[in-house]
Design a protein around this ligand. Structure first.
Ligand code: HEM
Length: 307
């Protein structure tokens, strides 16, 4: 999940900054190509992390989301005195400290804001001028704020000696137990990563394909609703990839008009039913849960512990 998000973010950041200075276009004459790379990557940035989460080990991602949304006594103390590693007289942080939780919350809202303002700029033809101008300003400012946050995040995860050991998690999925106990003493690992079976691979692949098709259809319906110009290469690509098999030539003419693409809606409904059926099918498999070690610092009724 984090790799799909990080890689697409970096491509968007680089292409966006090059677009804003118009240097690439002036030097190589390819601003249009850069714009197409930016918009195609935006599709992956918005949809891919969710698709990977749903198609992969969703329970583990859900635990992380729940933990980043739950504030504990340790977080209140962190707010008063932020620190990279827990102080001896402070309540022990769990899987994330408050700085990490705030980073997650910022990332989610930032993604939404990028997507909304980006679509307004992209479909500026059907939007009021003042709205487009504001969206452009917000989009550019957000890019600089996100760059600053990214640099801080990169420094802490790859350079700072006290937090750098966590980086191995991005490559192997594991981190040093002794480091975790020092930095995140109240972290209770729920279960080991489930082993990879042929059934799990088939299921994940099916969910990934269905998820991408549904995301393409959501984009297609949204663009049709906005009356997007189908001569735009990125709009045309989305239409081509999301067309019902054998109906490629039946592009909806949406120039300026708002047309309900009924066939796409029905196609999306059927794929969504298929997606839910495969997703729910997982619960028929035995849950690979193991009992977690009991942490003596928490009572069973402690609402801050997520199992
Ligand atoms: C999430 C979905 C996103 C969409 C749909 C989107 C869409 C767009 C569009 C349509 C443009 C105008 C391109 C042109 O000049 O024709 C643009 C520009 C830009 N985007 Fe994005 N974008 C997204 C995410 C991002 C992200 C994550 C970043 C940076 C981290 C970013 C940074 C920029 C920058 C710096 C510009 C240039 C603004 C200017 O002209 O000064 N965008 N984007």
């Amino acid at each position: 999940v984090h790799w799909t998000q990080a890689l697409s973010f970096l491509i968007l950041l680089a292409s966006g900054l090059l677009l804003s200075v118009r240097l690439f276009g002036r030097t190589f004459g390819h601003d249009e190509l850069l714009r197409q790379i930016h918009l195609t990557t935006a599709f992956f940035f918005v949809f891919l992390p969710a698709i990977v989460a749903l198609a992969g080990d969703f329970r583990s991602v859900r635990v992380d989301i729940q933990e980043s949304e739950t504030w504990t006594q340790a977080d209140i103390e962190w707010l008063r005195r932020p620190s990279l590693s827990p102080r001896p007289n402070q309540s022990p942080p769990g899987r994330f400290n408050l700085g990490q939780k705030l980073n997650v919350i910022f990332t989610v809202y930032c993604t939404l804001a990028f997507a909304v303002t980006g679509v307004i700029i992209w479909q500026s033809r059907s939007m009021p001028f003042s709205l487009v101008a504001q969206a452009q300003a917000i989009h550019s400012w957000l890019a600089y704020i996100a760059l600053a946050v990214f640099l801080g995040h990169f420094y802490l995860s790859a350079i700072h000696p006290s937090t750098r050991p966590s980086l191995s998690g991005m490559f192997s999925g594991n981190i040093d137990t002794a480091w975790a106990q020092r930095h995140h003493p109240a972290w209770i690992p729920g279960r080991p990563t489930p082993s990879l079976t042929v059934l799990a691979i088939v299921r994940s692949s099916a969910l990934a394909i269905l998820g991408i098709l549904i995301a393409l259809l959501i984009s297609r319906l949204g663009l049709a609703g906005l009356g997007a110009n189908t001569t735009d290469p990125v709009v045309a690509l989305i239409y081509r990839l999301s067309a019902l098999p054998g109906t490629l030539h039946l592009h909806v003419i949406t120039s300026g008009s708002h047309v309900l693409d009924l066939a796409a809606l029905i196609w999306m409904g059927l794929l969504t039913i298929g997606f839910i059926a495969v997703f729910k099918g997982q619960s028929l498999l035995p849950a690979p849960l193991v009992s977690a070690p009991v942490d003596p610092t928490h009572s069973p009724s402690d609402p801050t512990v997520t199992w």
